[in-house]
Design a protein around this ligand. Structure first.
Ligand code: NAD
Length: 498
């Protein structure tokens, strides 16, 4: 049984926690360890450690910061397999998927290695006679990152490489369901030469989150998780005077026009619907087919699902693993019954999908398809966050766009078509933050910014890319004059340029 604890001021916490959470192996259903839950005391301690490290780190040269980031990049690359194994053991996703998550997180570290360039300001000589102006960006202070279970390495890496590169110090509050990857990342930072206290990990639940949201020493909060908690974190954080970006849940549509390559569309719907057991914020959960191709597409989807291999994430034969917890698995499965009760057709029942090499206690649910779903059904209105694909049939392109835009969520969307004009119009008309054209999971590269619209993002700044640099810094404009003997004298008028 492993025991996971906080990482404060460059070392593991040595105190005795009053509360703990269980960590499960989703493939067996067995408890594999415990994680300490922070109390208000540890919240104070971790913020104090981050605050103490702040002055030294923000004074550290850009060249030195970049060197530490390059060293961290090499170490994460060297330990990518270890990180992926920890993720699979606690989240359940298959090894290749866990490796992919580490690789996408590394891209943000690589982007952050360019911090000297990213923090370049502007300079204008002689804005007025003998006066120069320039802009700089400075760190905001102690930053907290609160992250979900579904990407225990990648989502934290959307945040802390840039926050740290910008000169801030960081407190990560990872998901209590899969906390181990964050500790390995903390060890790798230390090995890379990051000073103690610049990166810290605080484990826990609402107590830890609320402590960070109300602590006067925390300047900014990045959050990724479900919409109700994102809204709460945004409201509580901003009410406490903090800068907040809070990314929420999603219901991502994939629109298939009748002229699309239906084999490509079926491959994409199955890959994006069931990869990581549908536990991705960019998973496709609503397949919107413009008829008359609905029956044909559903038949091709069913064909592909029939041969999908579901099994333990560590078994290299597996293409899809278990769900993260028993209650989550049961909640996801309940939508199969409620969907049918509300009039949908259960085209594929994942409850009877074979599991290869899996223990009976694992949190298994195979890929499932509900067909003839309508917008009023709860399987459509709710974010299920599991391997359940809802198929909605619509008569026209316009009806498909109306359906997409009526969704309260606005994270990702995809269109499949061979018509460039239709795709171009869709890109313009979709009220969604990330759009894919014949690409089902349009996750932006690290040098662009990731984030949705509407109930998928509270706050106005997306993560990583240049928006990430802006979120973790404050702009300052300097107007400077070196006195010339000919200048001087009192002038109460508003400064105008001459
Ligand atoms: P969650 O909202 O339950 O938890 C996220 C974080 O908030 C965790 O660290 C958790 O400990 C904390 N938390 C949970 N309940 C809390 C409460 N009542 N008060 C304060 N803090 C609380 O999300 P999850 O189940 O871990 O992750 C899945 C969700 O995350 C899905 O809705 C998914 O769409 C979303 N997600 C969104 C994105 C995105 O980029 N928009 C990315 C990944 C995941």
């Amino acid at each position: 049984m492993k025991h996971v604890t906080h990482w404060i001021g460059g070392k593991p916490w040595t105190g005795e926690a009053q509360r703990h959470g269980d960590i499960y192996d989703p493939a067996t259903g067995q408890v594999s360890g415990t994680v300490d839950f922070a109390s208000a005391t540890e919240v104070n301690d971790v913020v104090a450690a981050a605050a103490q490290a702040l002055p030294g780190w923000r004074r550290t040269s850009l060249a030195k910061r970049a060197q530490v980031l390059f060293a961290f990049r090499e170490l994460v690359k060297a330990h990518a397999g270890d990180l992926a194994a920890l993720i699979t053991a606690e989240h359940g996703k298959v090894a290749s998927d866990a490796a992919g998550e580490v690789a996408r997180g590394l891209e943000v570290v690589e982007f952050a290695c360019g911090i000297p360039h990213l923090l370049k300001g502007g300079y204008s000589e002689n804005v007025s006679t003998g006066v120069d102006s320039y802009s700089i960006r400075q760190p905001v202070g102690v930053v907290a990152g609160i992250t979900p279970f579904n990407f225990p390495a990648m989502v934290p890496m959307w945040m802390f490489p840039l926050a740290i590169a910008c000169g801030n110090t960081f407190v990560l509050k990872p998901s209590e369901k899969d906390p181990s990857a964050s500790l390995l990342l903390a060890q790798l930072w230390a090995e890379a030469g990051l000073p103690d206290g610049v990166f810290n990990v605080l484990h826990g639940d609402k107590v830890a989150v609320d402590g960070l949201l109300t602590h006067p020493g925390v300047a900014a909060v990045s959050f990724v998780g479900s919409t109700p908690i994102a809204r709460y974190v945004y409201e509580a954080g901003t009410a406490n005077g903090k800068r907040v970006q809070a990314l929420g849940g999603a219901k991502n549509h994939m629109v298939v026009l009748p002229d699309a390559d239906l084999d490509l569309a079926a491959d994409a719907a199955v890959s994006a619907g069931f990869g990581s057991a549908g536990e991705r914020c960019m998973a496709i959960s609503a397949l919107v087919v413009v008829d008359p191709v609905g029956d044909d597409l559903v038949a091709r989807v069913k064909e592909r699902i029939g041969v999908l291999r579901v099994g333990p994430g560590a078994d290299e034969r597996s293409e899809m693993g278990p769900l993260v917890t028993r209650p989550h698995r049961d909640k996801v499965a309940s939508y199969l019954d409620s969907g049918v009760a509300q009039g949908a057709t259960l085209a594929v029942d994942g409850r009877v999908h074979p599991v290869i090499g899996g223990a009976s206690g694992g949190f298994w649910l195979g890929p499932s398809v509900l067909d003839h779903v309508t917008p009023a059904m709860s399987c459509y209105t709710d974010e299920i966050f599991g391997p359940v694909l809802s198929v909605l049939r619509v008569p026209t392109y316009e009806a498909a766009v109306d359906l997409v835009n009526a969704s309260p969520y606005g994270n990702g969307v995809a269109i499949f078509t061979c018509d460039g004009g239709a795709a171009r119009r869709f890109v313009s008309e979709a009220e969604i933050g990330m759009v894919g054209v014949n690409v089902p999971i349009p996750v932006p590269m690290a040098y662009y910014s990731f984030g949705g619209w509407k109930a998928s993002l509270f706050g106005d700044t997306h993560v990583h890319g240049t928006e990430g640099v802006h979120f973790y810094t404050r702009g300052k404009v300097v107007t400077s004059r070196w006195l010339d003997p000919s200048h001087g004298g009192v002038n109460l008028g508003f400064p105008v340029n001459s």
